[in-house]
Design a protein around this ligand. Structure first.
Ligand code: ZN
Length: 442
């Protein structure tokens, strides 16, 4: 009797689990994020979707079959001028499946995967459509071409200093969120565009926006874009968040091979690195490893990163509250670029109501962009790369910053200490931060 009861219970549980399993999933909505080389379609679904993808031609179309699924409401259509597709249709199939058909304008390479729920969204099915007609590195090639064109406009031999500006997050990854719902990806993109405009106005400088719209780019790909553009500096722009709404202020980070310089920096690196998981891409260990190893062999890159971070921090001091007085170190994935000096700027705490308001204000965005811009210019005036407008015009002037010594400056410009002292009528080797020295030509 006892035994029979047990069997009955087990059977009952089995039925229950079968019926839960048999519950059809509901396809609730569709979003599009369009990047230069691909479009990401994101279906909101009620559970992990079993699905199949196929390409058909004459006419070209992509078919997504959701198994045991129903459509909850009409799917959003792509904009009329969308480069890859014209229309999305759907219909029930085999009594319990759902078929979604995407009419294509051009040949595509589809990739699909499921995403688990996070703070912003529930279960999702992601379908990435890569434009087959464009070369895989069309995006990078374009970035290189545009910088070459500008180089020509200065003189044939002098090149521009290229600044890669990386607006954090994007697309399916909104980043941090303020109490009024302000999204980090939106405000950091605004600040990045303002920074790019300031840089492009400056003779001898050229900005490359790593992210050009509201779409997600893998962290590794962000570095590749900067490298392809032959960037002299990589600046990643973010806004921080913390559970305590009173916490506020800006911070500037450089990468550290050993990881974070403080608990806060460690927490932040985890948050920013997690973006790749939110964006739907898990980095392979191999890629992680090579990036980290390459990072170890570039001491100059680190020195320059620290210097430019310090200059930006100095300029931030003039416009408001700093979260930390010193340059912070963290193990940010996005900063692990081996040959390009790289920094990450947390412009403010979006979780602080007052700073959220400031982040939305055009006036304050401009102030922040200008502070970052000035810091970058200060750095390149101090260390102008060869064959640049800065090198040709600024070698006769050096602004003393922390850590500078007269002998160090002399060796940097390839002149003797005596000639610097003579040119500036210095009685001793003492120099002060902020002091401007004339550097005689060597
Ligand atoms: Zn961020």
């Amino acid at each position: 009797m006892l035994k029979n009861k047990k069997i009955l219970i087990t059977f009952g549980l089995l039925l229950l689990s079968l019926s839960v399993y048999a519950q059809p999933i509901s396809v609730n909505s569709l979003r599009y994020w369009t990047a230069p080389d691909h479009t990401r379609m994101v279906f909101d679904v009620t559970n992990t979707a079993t699905h199949q993808i196929s390409l058909l031609d004459k006419p070209a179309r992509l078919v997504i079959d959701f198994h045991d699924a129903k459509l909850k409401s009409l799917l959003k259509q792509p904009p009329k001028d969308h480069p890859l597709f014209s229309r999305v249709r759907s219909a029930p199939r085999n009594t319990k499946d759902l078929r979604v058909v995407v009419d294509l304008k051009t040949a595509v390479n589809p990739k699909s995967f499921s995403l688990n729920p996070n703070k912003t969204y529930g279960h999702r099915l992601v379908v990435d459509l890569y434009d087959k007609t464009s070369k895989s590195n069309k995006y990078s090639a374009r970035a290189v071409n545009s910088s070459k064109q500008v180089t020509k406009s200065v003189t044939s031999k002098v090149r521009d200093i290229v600044i890669a500006i990386d607006a954090g997050h994007g697309g399916e990854d909104p980043g941090a969120r303020g109490p009024r719902g302000t999204q980090e990806k939106k405000v950091v993109f605004d600040i990045s565009k303002r920074l790019a405009a300031l840089i492009n106005k400056k003779p001898g400088m050229k900005a490359v926006l790593v992210r050009k719209g509201d779409y997600y780019i893998k962290l590794i790909k962000r570095m590749e874009i900067a490298r392809a553009a032959k960037a002299d500096l990589f600046v990643s722009i973010h806004a921080d968040a913390f559970k305590n709404p009173k916490v506020k202020g800006a911070s500037v980070f450089t990468v550290s091979k050993r990881g974070a310089s403080s608990k806060v920096a460690r927490r932040l690196a985890q948050h920013e690195n997690a973006a790749d998981l939110v964006g739907g891409v898990k980095l392979s260990d191999k890629k992680y490893l090579t990036t980290i190893l390459m990072d170890l062999v570039q001491p100059d890159t680190k020195r320059f990163s620290r210097n430019v971070a310090g200059k930006i921090l100095q300029n931030f001091k003039n416009i408001g509250h700093l979260h930390s007085q010193n340059v912070q170190k963290a193990g940010f994935m996005v900063l692990k670029s081996p040959y390009i000096p790289s920094i990450l700027v947390e412009t403010a705490f979006i979780s602080n109501p007052d700073e959220e308001r400031k982040l939305r204000s055009a006036k304050h965005q401009q102030k922040m962009a200008r502070a970052i811009f000035k810091g970058i210019v200060n750095h390149f005036e101090q260390y102008p790369p060869g064959n640049t407008y800065f090198a040709l015009n600024n070698t006769n002037k050096h602004i003393i910053s922390r850590g500078d010594t007269l002998s160090g400056i002399a060796s940097q410009y390839g002149v003797s200490m005596r000639s610097i002292k003579t040119a500036n009528a210095l009685a001793s080797n003492k120099i002060q931060i902020g002091q401007v020295l004339k550097i005689p030509r060597g």
